[in-house]
Design a protein. Sequence first.
Length: 279
Amino acid sequence: MTTVIIALVIFLFFLVGLIVVRVKSRDRFEIKNTDVVLALVPVALWLFLTGKIHKFVFGEVQIEAALKVATQAPVENQVSKLLPIDAVPLFEKGGTEEIRRAVQSKAQALSFHLGRGYYTGRAIRAYLDELTQYPYLRYVVLNNPDDTFFGLVDARQLTEALRRERVPQPSATPGTPLPGEQAQQFGPMPEPRLTADNVANWLNNKNVDELKTLPGFISADQALDSKADRQKALEQMNALDVQTIPVVNENKKFVGVVDRSKLTASILTDLAAKLEHSE
């Protein structure tokens, strides 16, 4: 069964539901063009964004025009009050004595600067282990020495990866060879690549190639400009296969993220309003 047929079945399901409501209300409930089109909106939006259709006309209402207007609203409006840019305040990683303050401030993003020279693996591990116990921390933001945005990393993915790569402690299980015995049998075990100490070294020495391999990394080149429209945001998310994407301002500084679910909801809200006016 093709995607188009599936989409039509979904639409018919909504349409039948509207008819049932009208019958049960003994025609007190009037089905307007807007109601029919709104039942079709989720299907049409999906088909439109996946390239299956480019235009849909119902009476005098054109889905194509409404979608284009809705998706081309600037993303920067989201940073203000209307839409989904989630402004994410940065907590600059300091000494371990600052961890409690980061917890109290419900830090969502931990910020690092390339080339600072004083980061240690122990402190990075302490921050991530402590802050990821709470639901707030989601991002690690990497900035260039001039404060411009370098890249975004998923904080929880990074924490889990660092935990997996820690050198295992000697096992006390009877019959299990200890690391030294394993080395004698199979040669020295390779050092894990992704460790907190290595991350600290990459930051201190501005090793951009290694930093780009961190889990969930999205580079400055892939970030959205705050003046981008919402269609561009959806296209970029689809291309990167991500649910959130960083946004930078005209000075190339990080200002927040756009979440796919909030962005889609905002498009549907605008679309519904435009369809209502066209009734």
